[in-house]
Ligand binder design. Structure first.
Ligand SMILES: [Zn+2]
Ligand SMILES: [Zn+2]
Ligand SMILES: [Zn+2]
Ligand SMILES: [Zn+2]
Length: 125
């Protein structure tokens, strides 16, 4: 039986998460899972496979460690806790989207004008 990751070395271990048979090089002995699963592991608890990214810190999070703040946004439980709840997370994300002060107020105003023009056009339809 060959490793299901590299297809070269002999598979000596079975991943306890996905069930793949893998060689020692593609197996994480400590956790008993293959390298594929290590990469997909929740970066908060490190025990379950992740299902999404945290919108605040970008970490991979599993179902247990994620908090859904609206229909499309998930954050990790750590950020949810650190920011102080759902509303605070949404406010934070909104604030972060604002353009940085660096390019100067002129660029910012231009962007706003362009955006509002676009809105007006789309409102016509
Ligand atoms: Zn291998
Ligand atoms: Zn696996
Ligand atoms: Zn987790
Ligand atoms: Zn986070």
């Amino acid at each position: 039986m060959l490793c299901e990751v590299c297809g070269e070395a002999e598979a000596l271990h079975r991943c306890s998460m996905c069930g793949r048979l893998v060689c020692p090089r593609h197996f994480d002995r400590g956790r008993g899972i293959c390298t594929f699963c290590v990469q997909a592991l929740c970066q908060v608890c490190g025990r379950m496979l992740s299902i999404t990214h945290c919108a605040v810190c970008g970490r991979l999070v599993c179902l247990d460690c994620s908090v859904q703040v609206n229909t499309v946004i998930h954050v990790c439980s750590k950020c949810h806790e650190a920011l102080g709840g759902r509303e605070a997370v949404l406010t934070y994300l909104r604030e972060r989207k604002k353009p940085p002060r660096m390019p100067g107020i002129r660029a910012f105003v231009e962007r706003v004008l362009r955006a509002s023009k676009r809105d007006r056009v789309s409102n016509c339809f």
